[in-house]
Each structure stands twice: as C-alpha cells, then as structure tokens.
Design a protein around this ligand. Sequence first.
Ligand code: CP3
Length: 344
Amino acid sequence: MSKIFVDACFGKETPYTPVWMMRQAGRYLPEYMKVRAEAGSFLNLCHDPKKACEVTIQPLDIVGVDAAILFSDILVIPHEMGMDLEFIKGEGPVFHKPLKDEADIDALLGGEEAANKLTYVYDTLKLLKEELPEDKALIGFTGAPWTLATYMIEGKGTKTYNLCKKLIYTNPELMHKLLAKVTQVVKYYMEKQILAGADVVQIFDSWAAALEKQAYFEFSWKYMVEIAEYLKEKYPHIPVIMFPKGIGQYLDDIYGNFDVFGVDWSTPMALAKEKLGDKYVLQGNMEPCRLYSKEKTTACVEKIQEVMGGKRHIFNLGHGILPDVPVENAKHFVSECHRVSKKA
Ligand code: CP3
C-alpha cells in the first residue's frame, strides 16, 4: 500500500496534503507524561523500545497526524560516542564533560562502532514497523553534525555559541575533524534506521541560524548534503528531509540531492516557494505559537494552502510544538490541514 506521506515527499499528487508536527510526541500529551513517569526518566524512555514505540504512536491516535516520528533524541548520538548525557529538569540536556581539545575528539567512539551502540533505536523502529497502520509513514531522524557539535562543545544549550565559534575562527581544521567524525557516525546511523524500517528520514539543523552565511555552508550544510547524498545514492526510494532552522536569508545558495526542504516559521512560505519550490517539496511552516489560538491556526493554515495550492507540500509547524499547547488545538491544526487540502 502506498503511503500518502511518502508520495507527497516525492511531489506526487495525493488526495489531501499530509501533516505531522515536529516534536509531536511529548509533554503536551498527558498520555506521554504517564508513560514517561513509568519509565522513570526521559533517557530511560528512549532506551525502552516498547515504551518508545507506544509514545511514538500516541499522536497518530490522539491528534490524527499522517506520519509517526521515531521517539528518541538527537543527543543519543554523542552520548553513544562516549559523552555522558543527562537531561536536567528545567534546564534541558547537559554533557558534563564537553569536548575541550583534540585528544577529547580522538577519544570519541566513531564510525559504525558508535552507530552499533544505538541498537535500542533500531529495535524501536522494528517494533514500530509491526505496530503502525500500513498507510502511515515512519520518520527516522538525526541532528545535523553542526547542531550536535554545539552541544558536544558547549556542554548544553547556548545563546552565544562562543566556544564553537572560537573553534571555527581560530582552529577550523579541528572543527572540521570533529564534524567529519560525527558525519561518519550519522551516515551509518541513518542507514541502520532505514534498514530497521524508517520510510523517511529528517535531518534537524536546529541551530543553523547561529552561523553567518559563509560559515553556515562550510561548517554545516556541506556535511548535511554529504549525509543526504550518501543515503540517496544507496536508498533512492527513501525521502530525505532537510530542516535547517532560521536560514531564510540563505535560500539562494541551497543545493544538494535531497527531497524535502523544511521551512521554518520565520521564512515566508511564498519566498521559499519562489526560491526552492521547483527543486524540492516544501514542508511547513506554521509558527508553533499560533497553536495557542484555534482562530489564528485556521487563518495560517488557509494562508499556507493558498500559497502552496496543495502541490509539492507537506503541512507542519515551523519548529517544535510547545508543552503547554492544548491537545484540542493540536487536533484542530491537523483537521484544518486536511479540510483545506482535501480534493473534491
Ligand atoms: O516527537 C518527536 O518529534 C520525536 C522526538 C524528538 C525529541 N527530540 C524528544 C524530546 C525529536 C525529533 C527531538 C529532536 C531534538 N532534540 C532536537 C531537534 C529538534 C528541535 O526541536 O529543534 C533538539 C535540538 C534536541 C535536543 C533537546 N532534547 C533539547 C534542547 C531538549 C530540552 C528542551 C525540551 O524541549 O525539553 C530535549 C528533550 C526532549 N527531547 C524532550 C522530548 C519529548 C522533553 C523531555 C521530557 O520529556 O521532559
């Protein structure tokens, strides 16, 4: 059976425009909070394929989205490369021993050996493959090497990225050494996700906007394209989605072999369509905070539909859903996307 979401990723005509939400499995769902409490912690949940599978499916049953995204986190990659990771309540993810020098980078586990430590992710995907309805797509994902490197170097979320940027401008070779090592692991990791059952993969570059244009293409986009091209060469039937957040000013320079470009909420959809719409299917891009108002949600969904005309498009938010959004409003978003795009 063909999956509407996969067809849409390849720009084929579909009966309606499919929709999913970044971070759709999470704290706004009481059902998620219950399973996380049973697991004891967020990381325990990621390590438990049965429970991870359960929370992956929740937004399909509750909110009605057209695709499931594997429940995990981008930071399990550096964690399995040997960095001690903790999710601290109210603070977010922390690596207690961030990378300080070349010896720390050399000490990281690399390549297939690191990717092999993520068996719990592949086990979750295999379970999901059995549990998911046949018409729903399963999305695997990774963080972009640059976004992962920001956490590995800074140790946690940062507003200034000064340690990363110091490395970029004072020792670019060492930054490239780290990025190349992470890229190698991610290639194997994505490949193993596909072999375990992912129908589509997305690369999240959440902190793309931290870099000036030249640095962006040299230190981030290049590596994302390398990963995408590796996958497209071996698995052409698996769509690759790129989501570099906040680089609307750089759209003229976007290149590479991938299928879908994720448009963030700060980039006007009409601009993205003009610059990239012929080359890539576009995903997005409602400002996630519009979900606080059903009325503003409807207005935005209608506007996006007007711009895209139901062609070469996948509905989504322009970044992740926030934990205090009412579930009712998330359902409203999904049903409005279906309503406005349903073909007679
Ligand atoms: O539903 C889904 O989208 C799948 C699961 C998913 C999570 N993280 C679960 C999660 C996905 C795709 C991610 C990706 C991720 N993780 C990104 C890229 C996407 C983005 O939002 O930009 C980033 C930057 C991270 C790193 C991360 N993980 C941060 C900064 C935090 C803390 C902030 C926050 O949102 O809580 C996390 C924790 C996290 N990852 C949670 C979930 C459900 C919350 C953990 C909890 O239950 O308390």
